[in-house]
Design a protein around this ligand. Structure first.
Ligand code: ATP
Length: 508
């Protein structure tokens, strides 16, 4: 991946051109914050999804004692009883404070605006707040509006001018008065609830109001007792779920990074309160290793522990796994959050539903010890954001090849594992290619591409990140060999057509 500021634009255009991601409702002018995954995008996303499910549910990680953990799967409804979201705090608290610019009408999330606040005389920096998912468009303008004294002050304060390029003047009482983009007047902050509402049934009144889930996690808490009563699990155990979540984000942006409909992969790990600190550490490390196992380079990943002021009142600790996206670089943005949620959710649902959420530990030594509400460690990651990360990570400009760029996916996650290409569409070559394709497709996601000149077909396979191409040519008819072309090295070698399946199995 490169830091080129055009990388994101190029990547978005490649995604569209090659069938990874399309703007939703494009023929009607699109709809802000929604995206459709095309044929290759859905394949890539499913590969990540399946890998998470496999390593979380079907082949659970080994715990600190070397024994496999108990984690079971779930697929709960997107619409639940609205009391769910009262208990979880989403109805009351799932708000972002927003300000609008009265001039250019841009809407900002107050806590996401990058601001440097200077004192009235401009001699002093009162505060800096650097946006992490910065859209770089206004940087040049904002930098130009700085006077040299302010530039020096910023430098002295150790700030990279590029990332701190939006400036608010200070009124003296600390409140922001100017739009970071145009300098216009800002409105007072207003709260926006991020949940999408709908109505269940024929009547559209308050009693029929329901919400599209803003996270998959609550469906797990709602089923905690069901799982406990039906699945022979004992604390500590986990319940995992993958599915859509919906948030009416005020400022959807940065491609699929912040969208209004996205997918999450969440797991709630129920444990004894005394052991929750240990499990928090366990999951923190484990999740970081998992992301690395997708072929993401170490220098593009980092932890960011939440400060005390950032933590929800019930939470003991929270850490984000962050990725260095092209639009945040050199800074990082969230990919997954691992939260110590204490017993907040189960206790809240116990209060609202009057159903006991206590766990009875038959093996508890002392009476006090045997009944408790488990504590929860929650690794909550974005499948949509994970897909974006693999796209960013794979994007590799290469002026030496005709496509000018190739997608360097780890072969395990590449949407298409191999392209099968007859050199020309005659002389029995297509027939042989079809034969190979019919054999391979039972085991691997492969693509048969017959028409057009071979250079164009290779270029396309490079751009969609296919790690291997098998080419059937004149020699195939004579000695039964095909050419293997390696995506990364561009090397070619001949192997026997009968050995292709084994070759792929070994490489994948
Ligand atoms: P952010 O601070 O970026 O808004 P968050 O802390 O609210 O995210 P969580 O509620 O912890 O996010 O959700 C878990 C994961 O879900 C995030 O780490 C992210 O990968 C994903 N996610 C959250 N909101 C969005 C969104 N609007 N679009 C895409 N993915 C999202």
């Amino acid at each position: 991946m490169t830091d080129d500021k055009n990388t994101m634009e190029d990547l978005v255009s490649l995604c569209k051109r090659r069938g990874f991601v399309y703007p939703a409702s494009e023929i009607y002018g699109g709809i802000n914050g929604f995206w459709d995954f095309g044929p290759l995008g859905v394949q890539l996303k499913n590969n990540i999804r399946d890998h998470w499910w496999k390593s979380m549910v079907e082949c659970t990680p080994a715990g600190p004692d070397g024994q496999p953990l108990q984690i079971v799967g779930l697929d709960s409804a997107i619409i639940q009883n609205p009391k769910t979201w009262e208990a979880s705090g989403h109805v009351e608290g799932f708000n972002d404070p927003m300000v609008d610019c009265r001039e250019c009408k841009t809407r900002f999330r107050v806590d996401k605006i990058a601001t440097v606040t200077f004192s009235k005389d401009g001699d002093e920096i009162l505060s800096t707040h650097i946006e992490t998912e910065s859209a770089s468009t206004a940087f040049e303008d904002a930098i130009a509006s700085l006077n040299s004294k302010q530039r020096k002050l910023l430098k002295k304060a150790g700030n990279d001018v590029k990332t701190s390029a939006r400036f608010l003047n200070d009124t003296g009482d600390g409140s922001a008065v100017a739009c970071p983009l145009c300098g216009g007047e800002l409105t007072e902050p207003k709260m926006f609830n991020l949940m999408f509402e709908t109505f269940v049934g024929a009547v559209r009144n308050d009693d029929a109001r329901a919400y599209l889930r803003p996270e998959t996690a609550q469906g797990i808490f709602l089923n905690y007792k069901n799982v406990l009563d039906t699945m022979r699990v004992k604390v500590p155990f986990g319940v995992a779920q993958i599915g859509k979540a919906f948030r009416n984000e005020i400022t959807p942006r940065n491609f699929v990074f912040r969208s209004r409909e996205f997918e999450q992969m969440e797991m709630e790990f129920f444990c004894h309160p005394d052991e929750s600190g240990r499990w928090y550490e366990f999951w923190k490390q484990h999740r970081m290793e998992w992301w690395k196992s997708l072929g993401i380079s170490e220098q593009n990943l980092r932890f960011r522990e939440h400060g005390k002021e950032e933590l929800a009142h019930y939470s003991d600790a929270c850490v984000d796994i962050e990725y260095r996206y092209p639009f945040t670089a050199p800074d990082f943005g969230e990919l997954e959050g691992i939260a110590h949620r204490g017993c907040f959710d189960l206790s809240a649902h116990q209060d609202y539903s009057k159903i006991k959420m206590e766990y009875f530990d038959h093996g508890g030594k002392e009476a006090d010890d045997s009944r408790y509400i488990p504590h929860v460690i929650e690794p909550a990651s974005g499948l949509t954001r994970g897909t974006l990360v693999l796209l960013c990570e794979a994007y590799t400009p290469d002026p030496d090849r005709p496509s000018g760029v190739y997608m360097k996916f780890d072969p395990k996650f590449a949407p298409i594992k191999a392209g099968i290409l007859p050199l020309v569409a005659r002389d029995g070559m297509p027939e042989k290619a079809v034969g190979l394709y019919m054999d391979l497709r039972k085991d691997f996601m492969v693509e048969l591409d017959i028409k057009q000149n071979i250079g164009k077909r290779y270029a396309r396979q490079d751009e969609i990140g296919t790690p291997f191409c098998f080419t059937i040519d004149g020699q195939t008819g004579e000695d039964g060999t095909v050419t293997v072309r390696y995506r990364d090295s561009l090397q070619q070698e001949r192997i026997n057509i009968d050995g292709v399946k084994k070759f792929l199995a070994e490489k994948l």
